[in-house]
Design a protein around this ligand. Sequence first.
Ligand code: PAF
Length: 283
Amino acid sequence: MHVFKTNKDLIYFLENERIKGNKIGFVPTMGALHPGHMALIRNALKDNDISVCSIFVNPTQFNNEEDLKKYPRKVEEDLGKLEHEGCQVVYLPEDHELYDDPSMLRTTINFGGIENILEGRYRPGHLKGVGLIVAKLFNIVKPHNAYFGQKDIQQFYLIRQLIHDLSYDIRLHCIPTQREEDGLAMSSRNRRIPPEYRPVASKFYECLLECKQLLKDGQDVEGIISFANDYLSGFFPLRLEYIALVGTEDFSLLNRKMDSGQQALCIAGYIDNIRIIDNVLLN
Ligand code: PAF
């Protein structure tokens, strides 16, 4: 497995692979890899000749200093998992390879509104930070295929729009959320859930399934919000931040389930001070 720390070395290596006619798959991550990431890697390995996994905790997508500081960093463990899976290339840049100074960014991408609702509303600047780093990584890696998880569904649709609007020649793949046995969506942040609260963590997913059924039975979104608030408040220390229905075509907010088109029911909340997001598809 090749581990590159500079853009220059990675670009040189991948250029040679492209000249040989090899197809490149890309899985961008922030490390602390879990089985959800490994599912993305396995898909990349299946479709491509060379798979690249980047590990970079991107400072510009954190709207909260504390969250950035506490974000789990497990590089040695991550490299072991990637090697074991058969990943050929890891890109492990220092901050200065990607930003001279993250607080001095002048270029931002406007996504036309998708970056300001849901995750964008509760984590101001987060999705713009994601969009910019993914654009930078795409320019460096120039993959044929890129793999993202369904758990971060708004991120997925923002990147779909980025690829379309900036004419990247990249095929985007959405890989279904991997879950723990009790249904909790796998996430790097799950490591921070205190063990005494772990048993209630799956209630977010159970709440989503209950709400999905209510929507199918004709309940509107206002009713769902009030149901979810009541449901989660029964499980200390869970707290709902939002639950919302979106049409995935343009990621617009909906008031009730539609008969046609794909829709996603998205939830965000807290277990104590650990933020959880999840979603289920409706059709
Ligand atoms: O999903 C993530 O881990 C991050 O948002 C990403 C796509 C690697 C960008 O930093």
